[in-house]
Design a protein around this ligand. Structure first.
Ligand code: DMJ
Length: 447
């Protein structure tokens, strides 16, 4: 963490991300070339839990004096801004109680509010912070479905209902435009409410929507029964339609294109090992606990195998395991992604089976060997290559998620216990509500 942070500080301080090899800011970051400090904000809660006080103070000082979105004159993702900036600030507020972070979270959320001004309440995918004009014709399930945890908590701490109201509206609309029996398509037009039925996925474009159904129920103090129902129904469809086993005995989760199964599993889908483990552990549906538990072991084993069989020991972006048990990597790059280690973390917490720490340590070694550069960390272009080439990007989520989950994997369970905290999809922990303070109860989703 110190190597990643110090390198970013030396070569890209204030910019969004670092290119460690050329020792320059990543001007092609999803947040653009401006100095909006995505790496600082994403990394701060990791620094905090690691007790890196000097680095934390540097970050806080930058946030206090320099953080500003007003001049960003380009289309920026509503979702990414929410999970990394708002999620990061809210976690910091929850852990430190410092009002600076609450105010910054509110400032960013206010920048996003114009995006919700659609006939359906489903937000536009992008917004220009400089002029407040939203943009885009197609909204992605994983994106508009991963706003609730942050907006609900923001309403809680500011006692301003607007944030929770806009995200409640999304789920009311979903109740109207979906039959609640089937999987959700991954795209919808936010103006007309018409779905684009071509793809269903619990990986890319769908992933954190499903993750948030479970976590919204947890965040509500296990009270939000509509979210529970949506999660349980969705998981039945996922199990029926997307979960398969290879002839060699590896369970994997695929996606559908025009109702046809794509027989690959994505790295992004590897978070589902942790998702099913969490669902089983909080007993969201007692009848399914064993099933969820088994799936969590099986999927995590498959994802481990996707790392285990490559030359670098890093997992490919997408893969299949063939009849004879051999890994076939269909997209061979590795982007410093966290999903597999995220699953190891949950499985470790729930089982204390040493194998998950051993598997996590294998990742640490592979990262040190193939991703570490003299000035930070970067992904690799081919996990199977003899000559490993770097993609030269130190993703901000590497500090927010990959390093945090690795650290937690080797820490005591009393650090961020799972009966007190729920992690957003960028690994920023938010408190589980002990009781609902809010008077603005959502009208029923299922009318
Ligand atoms: C992260 O930004 C989040 O975990 C998101 O939900 C999915 N993709 C990246 C990491 O791979």
């Amino acid at each position: 963490m110190q190597h990643a942070w110090n390198s970013y500080k030396k070569y890209a301080w204030g910019y969004n991300e670092l290119c460690p090899r050329i020792q320059r800011p990543n001007i092609r970051s999803i947040f653009g070339a401006s100095k909006t400090g995505a790496t600082i904000i994403d990394a701060m809660d990791t620094l905090y839990i690691m007790g890196l006080k000097a680095e934390f103070d540097e970050g806080k000082n930058w946030i206090e004096k320099n953080f500003n979105l007003d001049d960003v004159d380009q289309h920026i993702s509503v979702f990414e801004t929410n999970i990394r900036f708002i999620g990061g600030f809210l976690s910091l507020y929850a852990m430190t109680g410092d009002p600076l972070f609450k105010n910054k979270a509110k400032y960013v959320a206010d920048k996003l509010l114009p995006a919700f001004n659609t006939p359906t309440g489903i937000p536009y995918p992008n917004i220009n912070f400089n002029n407040g004009i939203p943009h885009g014709t197609s909204s992605v399930l994983a994106e508009f479905g991963s706003l609730y945890l942050e907006f609900a908590y923001l309403s809680e701490i500011t006692v301003e209902f607007i944030y929770k109201n806009v995200v409640d509206r999304i789920y009311r609309t979903l109740g109207e435009v979906h039959d609640k029996k089937n999987l959700f398509p991954t795209k919808i037009n936010p103006v007309t409410g018409k779905w684009d039925y071509s793809q269903c996925s619990i990986g890319a474009l769908g992933d954190s929507f499903y993750e948030y159904l479970l976590k919204i129920w947890i965040q509500s103090g296990y009270k939000d029964n509509e979210m529970r129902e949506m999660f349980v129904n969705s998981m039945s469809s996922v199990i029926d339609r997307l979960v398969r086993k290879t002839k060699s005995g590896y369970t994997y989760i695929s996606s559908l294109t025009k109702s046809r199964l794509n027989n690959v599993m994505e790295h992004l889908t590897c978070y589902t090992g942790g998702l099913f483990a969490l669902a089983a552990n909080v007993s969201i549906n007692k009848r399914m606990t064993n099933k969820y538990q088994n799936l969590s072991y099986e999927i995590t084993r498959t994802c481990h195998e996707s790392y285990n069989q490559t030359r670098t020991g890093l997992g490919p972006e997408s893969f299949f395991i063939s009849q004879n048990g051999k890994l076939d990597a269909s997209a061979r790059f590795y982007l410093l992604r966290p999903e597999t280690v995220e699953s190891y973390f949950y499985l470790w917490r729930f089982t204390h089976d040493q194998r998950y720490r051993d598997w996590g340590w294998e990742i640490v070694e592979a990262l040190e060997k193939h991703c570490r550069t003299p000035s930070g960390y970067a992904g690799v272009t081919d996990v199977n290559s003899f000559l490993v080439l770097s993609d030269d990007i130190q993703q901000s989520y590497f500090l927010a998620e990959t390093l945090k989950y690795l650290y937690l994997l080797f820490s005591s369970d009393t650090l961020l216990p799972l009966n007190t905290w729920v992690f957003n999809t960028e690994a920023h922990p938010l408190p589980i509500m002990k009781k609902h303070h809010l008077k603005c109860i959502r009208q029923s989703i299922f009318t």
